[in-house]
Write a protein that binds this ligand. Structure first.
Ligand SMILES: C[S@@+](CC[C@H](N)C(=O)[O-])C[C@H]1O[C@@H](n2cnc3c(N)ncnc32)[C@H](O)[C@@H]1O
Length: 314
């Protein structure tokens, strides 16, 4: 049984209204103990609660914002903006070249699912890397994180926007969905449902970066989070997220939904395990695969489907 991430347990929202729900500290502690994680239970026991034992929502928000601020450093050090652009550049070239086969002749919309503090969207806005015809939108179920993202973007004078809510319930459809560090939060049937929601939408493609499930990932995460994160919650969740990382096979199988061609870029076996910490699962409408490969040039060899995964890993 995998350990649980504390940050997934200390906030709760009504999935229909988006309204914040009270979270009882002893209930979180009970769940963590039942899962055999005494250290996590101790961390939660140290969080402030009111006389009814409900966790203080403002203290929880402050803590999660500070942990995500530290997480942003991970994104900076891993050059996640550049790595995302290495694929999004060719992807938008392919989308523009197909002349709107999916009904998208521009302007386009890029939606970051679970944007947290919006690092990726703010990086794309600051560099104007995708061009003026791509609207940049970050969406998160957590009101405090998305509020902070909005404020940072305003201070930085960036042309992008942030929305509190479910990324798949937006009034305007995305052309491309992206995410970073989100996939491992979806367990069991929720992972396939995540990909099905995108296949059922008018989106043309998705590109989701998450921790590569290498043998070294939990050790690497331990070293990095020990060195970089101050709060024990950030350290704990960083290692647990590496332990919970999905394999390339699991992601490609879950993303194999009708109307989507699932591919992995630089699968685990093809990469140096010391260097790769995040790699993307890409899904494109079938008519986009050939133009995407053309736009990638020599790098197209690194784009692998489930059928060729074993070969690429040799
Ligand atoms: C670990 S955080 C990742 C934050 C950010 N992407 C980063 O790299 O720092 C995962 C976030 O996904 C959000 N989330 C999960 N499912 C979502 C959905 N369907 N729509 C919007 N946000 C979602 C959660 O609220 C959580 O804040």
């Amino acid at each position: 049984m995998h350990r649980l991430e504390i940050s997934d347990l200390i906030t709760a929202v009504d999935p229909h209204t988006g309204q914040r729900l009270p979270v009882r500290r002893d209930e979180v502690i009970r769940r963590l103990r039942a899962n055999g994680d005494e250290r996590a239970a101790k961390i939660v026991a140290g969080l402030p609660a009111d006389q009814d034992g409900v966790l203080d929502p403002r203290a929880v928000d402050r803590l999660l914002i500070s942990v995500h601020t530290e997480l942003q450093r991970l994104s900076e050090e891993l050059r996640i903006g550049e790595r995302l652009m290495h694929l999004l550049g060719p992807l938008f070239t392919a989308i523009r070249a197909t002349g709107g086969q999916g009904g998208h002749s521009g302007p386009y919309r890029l939606v970051d699912v679970g944007c947290g503090l919006g690092y990726v969207i703010r990086w794309l806005a600051a560099t104007n890397a995708l061009g003026a015809d791509v609207e940049l939108v970050g969406v998160d179920l957590d009101a405090a994180l998305v509020g902070e993202a909005e404020q940072l973007a305003r201070v930085e004078g960036l042309d992008c926007r942030f929305v509190h809510g479910n990324a798949f319930d937006l009034p305007q459809a995305a052309t491309v969905y992206v995410s970073t560090g989100v996939l491992h939060h979806f367990r069991g049937p929720a992972l396939a449902e995540f990909f099905q929601a995108q296949a059922a939408s008018p989106a043309e493609a998705f590109c989701h970066f998450d921790i590569a499930a290498t043998r070294l990932a939990p050790v690497g995460a331990w070293i990095f989070h020990r060195a970089r994160m101050r709060h024990p919650l950030g350290r704990h969740d960083g290692v647990v997220s590496a332990e919970r990382a999905h394999s390339d096979e699991a992601l490609l199988s879950a993303a194999a939904v009708p109307g989507i061609r699932p591919l992995v870029y630089e699968p685990r076996g093809a990469a140096n395990p010391f260097c790769t910490t995040l790699r993307p699962i890409i899904g494109v409408r079938p008519y986009l695969e050939a133009p995407l490969r053309r736009a990638l040039g020599r790098s197209e060899r690194r784009l692998v489907d489930l059928e060729h995964l074993a070969e690429a890993s040799r």
